[in-house]
Design a protein around this ligand. Sequence first.
Ligand SMILES: C[S@@+](CC[C@H](N)C(=O)[O-])C[C@H]1O[C@@H](n2cnc3c(N)ncnc32)[C@H](O)[C@@H]1O
Length: 271
Amino acid sequence: MTSDRHVNAARSKVFGEVAELYDSARPGYSDAMVTEVLAYTVLGDRAAVEVGAGTGKATVPFAALGIPLVCVEPDARMAEVLRRNTASYPNVRVEVGDFEQWRPGGRHYGLLFAASSWNFLDRDRRWDLVHAALAPGGAMALIRNPHGIHDGGLRVELAAIGDRHGITGSPHRFLACDLSGDKPGNWDQAWPDTECRRDGRFTDLRSVRFRQNLRYDTDRYLGYLASLSAYRILPDDHRDQALAEAGRLLDAHGGGIDVLQVTDVFLARAR
Ligand SMILES: C[S@@+](CC[C@H](N)C(=O)[O-])C[C@H]1O[C@@H](n2cnc3c(N)ncnc32)[C@H](O)[C@@H]1O
């Protein structure tokens, strides 16, 4: 395992320690994204499977449309919040475990989606696992939601705080204008398009972008930062300091931050 993979493995396990904070501070996904994914999908009488469902940020809008859904989530604390958030949807079943260990048990799905979780899966096995879970013609949707900051000066200062505290993969890399174009995944060197083409078992590859402007007040933004793996893996005192500095900065900038929230979706269909 490369050290890059060690870091990724460590990052994949940090969310449960702040499951409630994650649920309250993270933004949700737009209904337009869900509509697009379902328009692409031919579900028939098959169910959908969600990988790394977390507390259900992407689950709920699919569940609310009555889509039969199996959610795979390894962290029992995230899964507990997920169960609570989907308690009114009998069409949702939660299965606790890593996707790599999960067995579809002879089931083949019409849709597999992963929101902000694809990057945590085993890179050597994830395409095989997705292919094995999908029925022929089944759709996969990989969803990511980075944001860009409107105020260039504020972005620079937030990034400098991150640099001082050794934060890698900072959410302060982008200006809103970096994400305003029509090239989904342009911010991500690991956007799945290239790997998927190379894999060769998928067809009809598509990338789609959705945008919304969001304002976070200081407390909500600090909660959002504290829920990110980039901040969670820091020693507690570094994280506390980085958050305190970011808080003072946002307070000095009117008590919040305006961001362009982007949702980029990669779609492909199993041959
Ligand atoms: C950033 S969170 C995203 C949660 C949710 N999908 C969302 O969009 O808010 C990443 C999630 O992936 C889960 N995860 C990490 N490693 C995983 C694995 N090997 N298999 C399935 N899920 C995994 C984590 O437990 C966490 O809930």
